[in-house]
Design a protein around this ligand. Structure first.
Ligand code: SF4
Length: 208
């Protein structure tokens, strides 16, 4: 961490001066520290408390950092994902990204909450026709149900030609709408699958 006086964690001479003076005395008063030290604007070491100095950013204790791309929108800002004990502990802007040069908008800055939110849904839920409650469903059963419905809908709505005999080879009964948290690879596979089964209405909410 660099403070406004340009020094990591505050100026060393200020720190020793402060410990000599003692923070609890009048001489440890931030205004005096500002006038006596080199932090004349009072935005760095002069106003840094001992408690703040004792803190360590959680990014400093990460086991590794993984480069990634913000999942939210098509700007594609670069992210650094900090991992500790195989858990994501922080996500920040990647200064090496030519797209965003270290910046993230408020949504991208909150990506860590997307991953670690206790409200995140991780199990398949199903609400049957006319049902009022969601019920858990295993992934295999849900996948079979979706496949059955897609095949049935495709068969019922398939169009070989239009009313003038021109070739169509499509279904208007199936559409795809992707969300912003789909990554490039998922979007690629969804587009490929839906085009292969004859769908032409394939969209994604994330775009420039
Ligand atoms: S949501 Fe924000 S941080 Fe994420 S890619 Fe878009 S502009 Fe960048």
């Amino acid at each position: 961490m660099h403070l406004p006086d340009g020094s990591p964690n505050g100026d060393g001479s200020r720190r020793s001066l402060r410990s000599t003076l003692g923070e609890s005395t009048l001489l440890g008063w931030p205004v005096l520290r500002q006038f006596l030290g080199r932090d004349s604007t009072g935005r760095g070491s002069a106003v840094t408390s001992a408690r703040t100095q004792a803190m360590t950013p959680r990014t400093a204790t990460a086991d590794r950092v993984v480069q990634s791309v913000c999942p939210y929108c098509a700007v594609g800002c670069g992210q650094r994902v900090f991992v500790k004990d195989e858990k994501v502990i922080q996500i920040e802007g990647d200064p090496d990204s030519p797209v965003s040069r270290g910046r993230l908008c408020p949504k991208g800055s909150a990506s860590e909450q997307l991953i670690n939110s206790p409200m995140r849904q991780t199990a398949m839920l199903y609400r049957r026709p006319h049902g009022t409650e969601w019920e858990p469903l295993d992934l295999e059963t849900a996948t079979d149900m979706i496949a059955d419905r897609m095949v049935d809908t495709r068969n019922r709505t398939w169009q070989d030609t239009d009313d003038q005999g021109r070739k169509l080879n499509r279904t208007m009964g199936i559409a795809g709408l992707g969300g912003a948290t789909l990554d490039n690879e998922e979007n690629y596979l969804i587009k490929k699958l839906f085009t292969a089964i004859g769908a032409v209405q394939i969209e994604n909410q994330a775009r420039i």
